[in-house]
Design a protein around this ligand. Sequence first.
Ligand code: GCO
Ligand code: MG
Length: 404
Amino acid sequence: MRISSAEVIVTCPGRNYVTLKITTSDGITGLGDATLNGRELAVAAYLNEHVCPLLVGREAGAINDTWQYLYRGGYWRRGPVTMTAIAAVDCALWDILGKSAGMPVHRLLGGAARDGVLIYGHASGQTVDELLDDVASYLDRGYRAVRVQAAIPGLDSTYGLHHSGTGATYEPADARLPTENVWHTPAYLDFVPDMVKAVRDRFGYGFHLLHDVHHRLSPLEAAQLGKALEPYRMFWIEDPTPAEDQEAFRTIRQHTTTPIAVGEVFNSIWDCQHLITNRLIDYIRASVSHAGGITHLRKIFELAELYGVRTGSHGAGDLSPVSFAAALQLDMTVPNFGIQEYMGHLEPASEVFRTRYEFRDGYMHPGDAPGLGVEIDEQAAAKYPYDPKYLPVNRLRDGTMHDW
Ligand code: GCO
Ligand code: MG
């Protein structure tokens, strides 16, 4: 079964998604998510110009060889654009393999190691009261894990909040040119422990509580935050400091027992190796679509298993339903699974992507459809043309650029 065509579909049903569709000589199609938020067309061009021509004629089942061919054969390795492109090919080929075998991908990976995938939802509010109402709605719907973010008093904008009043899923890529946010760490550090305390005071400890710092603190500030949050038994704090300075995590670790999660900006096992093998983190959050696909993320998870690090893959709404479905397939199989992020997707994404995964009782179930279990409606996709949008940037009050 050979690859007969590889096409890139760019569409904006609520937000921009880049999808790779590979078709075989037998007429089987496979999908891979190639979306890199705010830099979408770089991956589309990388695929169109440099990868798709290499795929036609290759054996569709040669997933390992194709992965190595694109990684080693490209000479210029790693990085988000390259690894997202390789991930899209990899996931599409797993999708094809599953469809040709008549099995969901998790069965090809050795079968389910659990009944369902624990997910966390995103609660947020412009005020703590609004956040509490939102947490209540997640708990009412059966969620067992909730991430909490609320507007920081004294700042004009805060990362990670639903659009005010609409209840719509959080969407950070919001403007034709990057929105400029202002960040002030003392305001944040004063506020977050009170916010988290309010959640535990109201709802108790019978569910997992998470919080995303989004790379904004110094190691000592992160250590202070971790210590301040210890009484509230966090499931994790995420991305406490910019992840490229990996020794910083040793400082955080020496000072706090609050678990640390990191990895949504990682692209390869080499980005994860030091943090995992030195046991500087508790959860690795790399995603199937930015870290080389199922084939490569599986290796990262296996390395993590050796060191007692659990998984917690990135699952923001800017990764398409194809990516989320692929993540679920892998999550079902790994022994060291921790949790899976689920932000959901804005409408009209469900018109373009037909998914089979189902939420029940706090867990997501990938379903039994062969392959990844997602189909794309290309006519619907064509109704939503690409709409260029950037993520915001951050400055301190004096104008200095800061991590967003
Ligand atoms: C998360 C992330 C996202 C990122 C987004 C950037 O934890 O889900 O931090 O919200 O900001 O994926 O494109
Ligand atoms: Mg995050």
